[in-house]
Design a protein around this ligand. Structure first.
Ligand SMILES: [Zn+2]
Length: 275
């Protein structure tokens, strides 16, 4: 049985909000200070966790994702931008790795990969089918060494994390910091864009508005602010390309308009590279 919990804005650590709208009996508020949009009150941490562990990847979903060619193309697109912007390869941790498609591709390209996911069936698939090194649990009980990873990736994960500040502190600790002779590790975060064109047009009917487990609706600005707070000072905005059957050269106009939206931070998703 879930209960509701009240939170302060995770960026400002105070609660001065205005109601934007409600959906599924939950309220999406906007912080008056930093403009972060977040669900408050929200479903308690314990109930959310239980959902991810037991029911997030039922068998038919695993099969559907694994055999979906668009899913594979999307993962390749993510990896190729990471490789372009990060430079050298090394140790890669994918947080919320699900069934392991992204890590599988990264391993093939020579990354030394590790994954983490709360879902039992997701982890089992990543381990048994892709033969990956995956920790089934959360980033706190994984106990990774300090300054260990060259890259940490979170694709559509951060909006699910209840304890944002301790979580980002832990990622900062395990990612390589900048030193004189070596490149800093890169943190990659992709989330739905709470201030994008789709979000503005469709408001509570936007398909990413799912307040039971999408707890925050970031913008480039609010996400950068959160990252600064945790010691990430160099932030680059990525240009995520959505792969779909209709963007294979058939609609060049649509491609141009999508590129413009991304350029002005109005795309459907945001992808930031931070170090
Ligand atoms: Zn705030």
């Amino acid at each position: 049985m879930s209960t509701l919990e009240h939170i302060d804005c995770p960026i400002c650590e105070q609660d001065e909000t205005k109601l934007l709208f409600t959906k599924d009996s939950l309220s999406i508020q906007i912080c008056q200070k930093c403009r972060l949009r977040y669900v408050n009150p929200r479903i308690d941490h314990q109930s959310l966790e239980e959902g991810y562990v037991e029911t997030y990847y039922p068998e038919e979903k695993v099969e559907r994702i694994h055999t979906d060619s668009m899913e594979w193309l999307q993962m390749s697109e993510r990896l190729s931008e990471l490789e372009k912007l990060h430079g050298s390869k090394g140790r890669l941790l994918d947080v919320g790795c699900g069934i392991g498609t992204f890590l599988h591709l990264a391993s093939e390209q020579g990354w030394e990969t590790q994954g983490i996911d709360p879902s039992k069936s997701g982890c089992a698939f990543a381990q048994n089918v892709h033969n990956l090194d995956v920790h089934c649990g959360d980033v706190f009980d994984a106990n990774y060494p300090t300054a260990h990873f060259n890259a940490i990736t979170l694709y559509h994960v951060l909006e699910h994390i209840s304890e944002l500040n301790p979580f980002l502190n832990e990622l900062r600790r395990i990612l390589k910091p900048k030193t004189n002779n070596k490149n800093a590790g890169t943190l990659v975060i992709e989330v739905p864009n709470g201030e994008g064109m789709q979000s503005r047009l469709h408001k509570e009917n936007w398909h990413y508005v799912h307040p039971k487990d999408h707890l925050y609706y970031f913008s480039v600005r609010s996400l950068s602010r959160l990252l600064h707070k945790h010691g990430f000072h160099e932030i680059k905005v990525g240009k995520p390309k959505r792969v779909s059957p209709t963007t294979n050269g058939l609609f060049p106009l649509r491609k141009v308009s999508t590129a413009l939206l991304v350029r002005f931070n109005l795309g459907t998703v945001i992808r930031l590279y931070a170090s």
